[in-house]
Design a protein around this ligand. Structure first.
Ligand code: ACO
Length: 381
């Protein structure tokens, strides 16, 4: 069989969780269009939908919200461990380590027990935001603050992160961002989650491996680089020159391009609208004009190749307006994507076969070991 680098176009599993039409620019979770969910749903309801397959009834939603609220706190042992992390370390590395550490506390590998599965889902969704916020305060030399039970999921995260209660509009827009990032089929981190799940390890290891994969600049890490790029461009009039230079030097434009979409990512369109809502209420980010100029100029240069803004292009501007530090953009992505990873974990377990692809060997032919003194150096051969 011919090698397909990056597995492009190669189906490796069946999935009923999410569907993307990369030509039309549409995205559905369990059949529901992302545009509808991002307006009408909440992140916890969407997470429930993704993981359990259907929208919860009112009682199921209340129970799920209450369980998540009850499990938001993390053990003092996890907090103490995080205090030993270097303050200069990247928050994604802190998150990967702390997510993996949950396995020390809760792993029984009872993955065929529905109660264990439900509890693991609740714990991961509840505790990951707390750990992201905790590292932010710890690295500033402060003690993490406890979750507030009177605040809903997103409002509570922003409170734990910024130490003040945010405007309800800001909390709702953040919740909508979480909905938009919750799932996106078999991208690199979700594939990583499914490969790890296929070994029947515990869900904390599944999520930790996915967090490590999401951290890379070609995947979730791109949203940090987008703001740096906009700042480097500086003014809207410089956008065209910057793009010409980058394209002639074969540098990728961060926040552009996608393996699936050949048109503008529908999430980028919604995020751009959210950015505008935030700017109307709290003041404009000066980089927004630069971003719009980059989008316009890039369409002229890269549009024919099907390269348009992806989810990362406008999310950084939204997060910055919400007071989220730049190196937390990807951990925030992980807070949301844990829903998708867990949905894929459950689906993988439902019809599991361990992932074990093949390779095309390109190394040297069979040879024999020789003692060190008889080995020739490169110049002798
Ligand atoms: N800027 C300029 N050119 C691009 C870009 C870009 N952002 N993305 C793709 N291209 C070009 C490539 O140079 C290549 O051109 P060529 O055929 O003339 O050599 C062609 O488009 C195909 O590119 P690939 O890198 O092979 O496409 P692939 O599907 O492997 O990559 C990826 C997708 C990784 C997202 C890529 O578009 C990229 O690196 N984008 C920038 C990083 C980024 O924004 N990542 C976030 C993605 S969304 C997410 O993960 C949450």
């Amino acid at each position: 069989m011919a090698l397909r680098p990056g597995l492009e176009g190669v189906p490796v599993t069946q999935s009923a969780i999410c569907d993307i039409d990369g030509l039309k620019g549409t995205l559905t979770y369990r059949g529901f269009p992302i545009d509808e969910l991002s307006v009408h749903s909440s992140f916890l309801e969407t997470a429930y939908l993704l993981i359990w397959g259907d929208l919860p009834n009112p009682q199921q939603l209340r129970d799920f919200e209450a369980e998540v609220q009850m499990h938001r706190r993390v053990s003092f042992r996890v907090r103490d461990m995080m205090k030993c992390f270097p303050a200069t370390g990247h928050p994604m590395d802190a998150l990967q380590s702390s997510a993996a550490s949950l396995g020390l506390f809760y792993s029984r590998r009872a993955i065929d027990n529905p109660q264990y599965v439900y509890d693991a889902v609740v714990r991961l969704i509840a505790k990951i935001p707390t750990m992201v916020a905790a590292f932010q305060l710890i690295r500033k030399g402060q003690d993490p603050i406890q979750p507030r039970d009177d605040l809903a999921y997103s409002a509570n995260f922003l409170y734990m992160l910024t130490e003040r209660e945010q405007d309800p509009l800001a909390a709702r827009i953040f919740d909508r961002c979480l909905i938009l990032h919750a799932e996106h089929s078999l991208n690199a981190s979700t594939f990583s989650a499914r490969v790890t799940a296929s070994t029947l390890t515990d869900p904390y290891a599944v999520v930790a491996s996915a967090v490590g994969t999401l951290a890379g600049p070609l995947h979730g890490g791109a949203n940090e680089d987008v703001l740096a790029m906009l700042e480097e461009i500086g003014t809207p009039t410089q956008a065209g020159t910057y793009l010409d230079n980058a394209i002639s030097n074969k540098r990728k434009i961060m926040g552009f391009g996608h393996r699936e979409y050949r048109v503008k990512d529908p999430r980028a369109t919604i995020l751009q609208g959210l950015a505008e809502e935030l700017f109307a209420r709290f003041g404009k980010d000066e980089m927004y004009d630069v971003a719009q100029a980059v989008e316009k100029e890039a369409a002229l240069r890269l549009g024919s190749k099907g390269i348009y803004p992806n989810v990362d292009f406008y999310s950084g501007l939204v997060y910055r307006k919400l007071g989220i530090p730049r190196d937390l953009f990807t951990p925030v992505f992980a807070i949301s994507r844990v829903a998708g990873w867990l949905a894929h974990w459950r689906e993988q377990l439902g019809a599991n076969r361990i992932f074990r692809p093949s390779q095309i060997y390109t190394g040297v032919n069979l040879r024999s070991w020789v003692p060190a003194e008889e080995r020739k150096t490169a110049s002798e051969t």
